[in-house]
Design a protein around this ligand. Structure first.
Ligand code: 2P0
Length: 337
């Protein structure tokens, strides 16, 4: 089976110039309508479309440099990694898409990444990491002028599904697509500004997670009797959330995003054995939010493959949020960067 991402790289490579140093930045993102479940694990092809908001200055800076000493090198946050660490191995495997596929000698590369996401926020950074790496590799191999951002999003998908949505700021929708080769499974920005829109991260557990989201997703698809209802519901949620975003109908958007996140977590809790990323502390924060909402606070929650709770709200609620949740780390997704 041909793969659309590999074909795009091959076609662009035929027109490209030699390798050079290139750097890129990509923001992390939080899904308001979640990606959970794959129809093709090798290509990270999803069973449903998803829609996210990018996290502005919280993301990854990546530089790709043709290595002078003939050896690969991977640096994360200023520290050289052993090449057999999972991070380095994944980054180099992804770089292999751009080099040596035709049997020619691989261009040795130095991949240097740093994340601006506060460690205390406990947010995984595979989304911004693979998006920035894709852009930097495209730059390094002279492909940037031959590939659109949507095509780069399609390539980033091979690194990590959520990276598909990290090529842009603001709201981004990843259409699931239907083709087997993945040629129609990429993201596009909604291209709209909502300056009042806010996100707050409520850190709960910032240590490494017990199950990767990749394993958790696959385990849920394979064993959860509740998963059968997820793909259609998630597709409908994604469409309704896009409509609410375009109408800037905050309460409809918030209620749908919260319901979508809780439905995703319900599929995991029904998995056999059960999978639960949310802890008693996460649920206590949700109780606190729901109580405040009864008293008029306009804020909603979403949670991913971890215990942290993320809130969405509008700028006018910022003081209420930081008073109620002093630990909140507030992000302004549309602040001019
Ligand atoms: C999302 N998550 O839409 C969902 C919600 C976690 C929960 O995308 O296997 O690390 O690399 O495609 O992208 C996290 O999954 O998984 C994720 P892979 P990824 O943001």
């Amino acid at each position: 089976m041909n793969d659309a991402a590999k074909q795009l790289i091959r076609d662009a490579m035929a027109k490209a110039s030699a390798s050079q140093t290139a750097s890129a930045y990509a923001p992390s993102n939080i899904a308001l309508s979640k990606y959970w479940g794959k129809r093709d694990r090798a290509r990270n092809l999803p069973l449903n479309s998803s829609l996210s908001i990018s996290l502005a200055e919280w993301g990854s800076h990546t530089q790709v440099v043709p290595s002078k000493d003939g050896r690969d090198r991977v640096t994360l946050g200023g520290e050289d990694l052993s090449l057999d660490t999972p991070f380095a191995a994944k980054a180099l495997k992804f770089a292999d898409l751009f080099r040596g596929e035709d049997g020619s000698a691989k261009t040795p590369l130095w991949i240097e990444t740093s994340n601006t996401i506060p460690t205390a926020a406990g947010l995984a950074s595979s989304a911004s990491g693979f998006a920035a790496l894709t852009q930097a590799l495209c730059g390094a191999f002279g492909l940037s002028d031959h590939l659109s951002e949507a095509q780069m999003s399609l390539i980033a998908r091979l690194g990590s599904g959520s990276a598909t949505r990290s090529l842009w700021h603001g709201f981004v929708r990843w259409d699931k697509g239907t083709q087997e080769d993945g040629s129609d499974s990429f993201a596009q920005p909604l291209n709209l500004q909502w300056p009042e829109f806010r996100i707050a991260i409520l850190p709960v557990d910032v240590g490494p997670k017990s199950h990767s989201s990749r394993d958790g997703m696959n385990h849920t698809v394979a064993t959860s009797p509740l998963f059968a209802s997820w793909p259609d519901q998630a597709e409908a949620d994604c469409q309704a959330i896009e409509t609410a975003v375009r109408a800037q109908d905050f309460d409809t958007l918030g209620a749908l995003a919260e319901a979508n996140a809780l439905a995703m977590h319900a599929t995991m809790q029904a998995a056999r054995p059960a999978l639960s990323y949310l802890t008693t502390e996460s649920w206590a924060l949700l109780d606190q939010l729901w109580q405040a909402r009864k008293e008029g606070l306009q804020a909603y929650a979403t949670m991913d493959a971890g215990a942290n709770v993320k809130l969405i709200f509008l700028g006018r609620s910022t003081d209420d949020i930081t008073h109620l949740f002093p630990q909140a780390q507030v992000i302004e997704p549309f602040k001019t960067l």
